[in-house]
Structure formats: C-alpha cells, structure tokens
Design a protein around this ligand. Structure first.
Ligand SMILES: Cc1cc2nc3c(=O)[nH]c(=O)nc-3n(C[C@H](O)[C@H](O)[C@H](O)COP(=O)(O)O)c2cc1C
Length: 172
C-alpha cells in the first residue's frame, strides 16, 4: 500500500475479532517499529508483545480503576498489544516512541489490520505498581512506559477523523 494512502485511511479501531495475528504479521509490525528513526540513532526503545488474554493486561486494567469505559477493556479485546517502553532519562524518548508507534500503526493499516494507539494506561503504569508492571513487561533497567498499541482484525468500522486546516496550519 502506498504510504500516503495508509496515512489517509488509518483510524482507531475499538472492536476486534478473536483471530490472532500471524507470525509474519507480527514480525512486520515489530520491524516497522524498529525501523523508526530515533534521535542520534540512540535506539532507546523496547517493544513488549502481549497476547490479548495475558493476565498482565487485566492487572493493568484493574490498576486503572474507573478511568476506562465500563463495558470495554482498554485494549478492546484485541488479540495483540505492543507496549513500548524507553529510556526514562533520554530527552527524546517520548518523541521517538510516538514515531515508532505511528510506524506500527501505518504498517498495521498497510496489512489491513485494525489498530488503536493506547495512552490511557500511563497513569497505572507510572503509579504505585510501576516496578511490578515494569518487571512483568520486562522493561530494561532505567526504562519506563511510553505508549502502547493494540492490533488485530477489525470487528468495527470507523471513518478517519476530520480536521480544520485553517486552524492548525500557518504557511508564512
Ligand atoms: C498518544 C495517543 C494516545 C491515545 N490513547 C488512546 C487510548 O488510551 N484509548 C483509545 O481508545 N484511543 C486512544 N488514542 C486514539 C485517539 O483517540 C485517536 O487517534 C483520535 O481520536 C483520532 O481518531 P482516529 O485515530 O480514528 O483518526 C490515542 C491516540 C494517541 C495519538
């Protein structure tokens, strides 16, 4: 798929079938994340892959308490969740993680897979259970949660978001 087409058609999917990703699909997504640029080529990100049934996800959900929609878990029953952690003390980690997660989102779109970027678990990941979750998710030492993405086959459809070019763009 053309990259501009993938950018234009990508949108957040909030409902998935139970069908797992193939090994090839997962490899493609992870490669897209690893191919993302990082400041000074530091490559300070780590990618943890979880099955949608992994008890750790349910633990995180519980730690999130009332912050999520009651009828849905935060990964919308997606069969795969990728959690991106990064070096806490590097200045560009958050930016690099954002670029990597979008690379994964666009790769998923190109493969015809639904996906949704997930930030809502941040408070739980940075809260009192921080060390427990960092250990369970095998974050390297000195790394912390940055962002996550759920991926799977779409069970719901949605249009990409609209935007206000006049408000958001200045061409000098
Ligand atoms: C940094 C970031 C964090 C996000 N966190 C969540 C989240 O926790 N849960 C969720 O359902 N969507 C989340 N989203 C998806 C946004 O809500 C979505 O991208 C936005 O509403 C635009 O819709 P679209 O992706 O369908 O174009 C997040 C998106 C970004 C970029």
């Amino acid at each position: 798929m053309d990259v501009l087409k993938a950018i234009a058609s990508r949108c957040s999917t909030r409902g998935y079938t139970a069908e797992k990703l193939t090994k090839e699909e997962l490899d493609t997504l992870l490669t897209a994340g690893l191919q993302a640029p990082t400041a000074t080529n530091r490559q300070e990100l780590h990618f943890t892959v979880l099955d949608g049934q992994d008890p750790i996800l349910f633990d995180i959900q519980e730690a999130m308490g009332a912050r999520t929609r009651p009828a849905m878990n935060f990964w919308y029953d997606a069969p795969t969740v990728i959690v991106i952690s990064g070096e806490t003390d590097f200045r560009w980690t958050a930016v690099d993680a954002g670029i990597a997660v979008e690379n994964i989102a666009l790769a998923a779109e190109a493969l015809g897979l639904g996906n949704v970027i997930l930030g809502c678990l941040k408070a739980a990941m940075d809260g009192e259970n921080r060390a427990k979750f960092a250990g369970a998710l095998r974050f390297p030492d000195g790394y912390s949660f940055q962002i996550a993405i759920a991926v799977g086959r779409k069970a719901t459809e949605k249009e990409p978001h609209g935007f206000d070019r006049e408000k958001q763009v200045t061409i000098l």
